[in-house]
Design a protein around this ligand. Structure first.
Ligand SMILES: [Zn+2]
Length: 288
């Protein structure tokens, strides 16, 4: 099904194609216990959605049983660096870090790592060259916005929960477009090097809505509000002609207290006609 979706996207004959990828970073497995993962997976399994988890090699070495648990549930494991340190170094240093990360997963778990997200999204252009050198095929370190809530005073605290929102919405959408154009984060994944595909990730993550002191600091009882923010962004993407939304939802922060936000989001994605995939599957179906 995804194959035909991608061909359609390339031919641009089905502009309303809407694909959602659920992803979550795991830095150290301190909060991602088996119970936390199971609560998160139960939502994914209810809707037959495959998740993608970007895990540091250090965390995987420290908690091999939890990596095994994710594999057993048939979700996708990708790389989040050798250790949870920004990728700002030279190309040779970043290449060595990525090769070391890949080697850890292949040696310990026989897993072939294909994709990457930089810790805190902190990367530079060298990262893309290093990914290419290290034999990785996609990246999720860039951000993209559908509506500029974040970084805009007043809206950063309230999102769409204010009377001013309907009036300001066109301007907020315009600002998001300006950001995406400036940062080269289009709505459809693209090749950032000859072999590496970029999947920009929605800049409004669970961190932004729950933990960022500049944000709304939503509480567990506000979980539905969180899901509605993500749906509002997806609706905006649909109105722009569709594409791929890659969402960052950390299991360690969301599960179990905020898990209803993910449930609300997935249920309403389906109502909007979105299909679920993984960056690995989409990348694999492009002819490169
Ligand atoms: Zn991280």
């Amino acid at each position: 099904m995804i194959k035909s979706v991608n061909r359609s996207m390339e031919k641009k004959d089905n502009p309303n194609t809407l694909i959602v990828c659920i992803t979550g970073d795991i830095d150290d497995f301190q909060t991602e216990t088996i119970d936390c993962l199971d609560r998160y997976f139960s939502v994914l399994h209810n809707y037959n959605v495959k998740g993608t988890f970007f895990i540091t090699a250090k965390a995987a070495e420290d908690y091999p049983d939890r990596v095994g648990h994710i594999v057993k549930h048939q979700h996708v494991i990708e790389g989040h660096g050798d250790v949870h340190v920004a990728f700002y170094q030279s190309v040779p240093v970043q290449t060595a870090r990525l090769k070391s990360m890949k080697k850890t997963f292949s040696t310990l778990f026989d897993l072939d790592i294909d994709g990457f997200r930089a810790p805190w999204y902190k990367h530079n252009y060298n990262t893309f060259l290093a990914l290419d050198n290290a034999g990785l095929h996609y990246d999720c370190s860039k951000k993209r916005f559908e509506i500029a809530f974040k970084g805009i005073p007043f809206f950063q605290k309230r999102y769409m929960y204010t009377n001013a929102y309907p009036i300001c919405k066109p301007a907020l959408k315009f600002l998001a477009t300006a950001y995406n154009t400036y940062c080269n984060s289009p709505q459809i994944p693209y090749k950032i090097t000859s072999r590496v595909m970029e999947f920009p990730t929605l800049g409004i993550s669970d961190y932004t809505l729950i933990a960022d002191p500049r944000g709304p600091l939503f509480r567990p009882e506000d979980s539905e509000k969180i899901g509605k923010v993500w749906i509002e962004c997806l609706l905006s993407l649909k109105q722009r002609g569709g594409g791929v939304m890659t969402l960052q939802v950390h299991p360690g922060r969301l599960s179990p207290e905020y898990i209803d936000s993910l449930e609300y989001f997935i249920r309403n994605c389906m109502k909007l006609g979105a299909v679920f995939s993984t960056p690995r599957e989409i990348r694999g179906n492009y002819v490169c």
